[in-house]
Write a protein that binds this ligand. Structure first.
Ligand code: MF3
Ligand code: CO
Ligand code: CO
Length: 244
C-alpha cells in the first residue's frame, strides 16, 4: 500500500507542469495513462464499471467523475485531477486541485477550504476513535465557512479492492455511534467534496458519470489514501509540496 500510494502521488507531481491554459483534459489523461503504464502500474478507473478513461478530471462546477475529453482549460478554471493506480494488486488513490492562471477569490477560497477539510479529517485519525469522528470534524469546518459537503459520495476502504467497506462520510450523518472503531493497519481514503453553494448534486444523463452541483456553484475536492498506525496515521499519498 505504501508503494501504491507513492506511485499515485508521483502521477500528480508528474502532471503538474502540464496543467496550464490551452491543454485539453483528454491530453492530460493521455500523459497520465502513459506514465502510469510506464511505471508498471494499471490505471484503476479505465473500464471500471464502464468508466472510459484513466483519470478523472473535474472542472469548476463538476464535483467528481469528470471524463477527460475535448475540454480545453482556460485561465480562471479550477480542476481536480483524481488518480488511482494499481501496483501488484494494491490501490493508491489521490486527488488535488489545480488553479489555471490567476483565479478568482471564490475559486481560491473553495480550493483552500476543501484542502483544510481533508487535513482536518486526517488529523483525527488514530486507533480507538470512531470512523464517524472524521466526517463530523470535516463537516463542522465546511459549515463554519458557509460551504457545503456533498453527501452522495464518500471516501472508502481501499486495498486490493478499489472501493471497499467502510464508507467514509464527510459530514455528521447522525450515525457516529454505530460507525466502526479504527484499528492500526486499516487503509481508507478521505476525499471531501466541498461546494461553494448547496450540497445537492446531479449526474449527467448524457455520459452517466459527470457529477455537477445542482446550483452550478464551484466545487473542490482533495483526496489522500491513509494508513492507521499505532499512534496516528500515515498519509500514503503525501507529496513533497505538502507540509502536514
Ligand atoms: N478515484 C475515485 C475515488 O476517489 C473513483 C473514480 S471511479 C471512476 O474513489 F470510475 F470514475 F473512475
Ligand atoms: Co477514492
Ligand atoms: Co480518487
Amino acid at each position: 500500500m505504501r508503494t501504491a500510494g507513492r506511485l499515485a502521488a508521483d502521477v500528480l507531481d508528474m502532471i503538474t507542469p502540464f496543467v496550464k491554459a490551452g491543454i485539453s483534459t483528454g491530453e492530460l489523461n493521455e500523459i497520465c495513462h502513459n506514465y502510469i503504464v510506464k511505471q508498471g502500474c494499471i490505471p484503476a478507473p479505465l473500464n471500471y464499471l464502464g468508466f472510459p478513461k484513466s483519470i478523472c478530471t473535474s472542472v469548476n462546477n463538476v464535483v467528481c467523475h469528470g471524463i477527460p475529453g475535448e475540454k480545453i482549460l482556460k485561465k480562471g478554471d479550477i480542476i481536480n485531477i483524481d488518480v488511482t493506480i494499481i501496483k501488484d494488486k494494491f490501490h493508491g488513490d489521490t486527488s488535488k486541485m489545480f488553479i489555471i492562471g490567476k483565479a478568482s477569490v471564490k475559486a481560491k477560497r473553495i480550493c483552500r477550504i476543501a484542502q483544510e477539510c481533508l487535513y482536518i479529517g486526517i488529523k483525527k485519525v488514530k486507533p480507538g476513535i470512531l470512523l464517524g469522528e472524521i466526517g463530523k470534524a470535516i463537516g463542522a469546518h465546511a459549515d463554519k465557512n458557509h460551504c457545503s459537503i456533498v453527501h452522495e459520495y464518500c471516501g472508502h476502504g481501499i486495498g486490493t479492492e478499489f472501493h471497499a467497506e467502510p464508507q467514509v462520510v464527510h459530514y455528521d450523518d447522525g450515525k457516529i455511534a454505530e460507525s466502526p472503531v479504527l484499528e492500526a493497519g486499516m487503509t481508507f481514503t478521505i476525499e471531501p467534496m466541498v461546494n461553494l453553494g448547496g450540497f445537492e448534486v446531479a449526474t449527467s444523463k448524457i455520459d452517466g458519470w459527470t457529477v455537477t452541483t445542482k446550483d452550478r456553484s464551484l466545487s473542490a475536492q482533495w483526496e489522500h489514501t491513509i494508513l492507521v498506525t499505532k499512534n496516528g496515521c500515515e498519509i500514503l499519498t503525501l507529496r513533497d509540496e505538502e507540509s502536514v
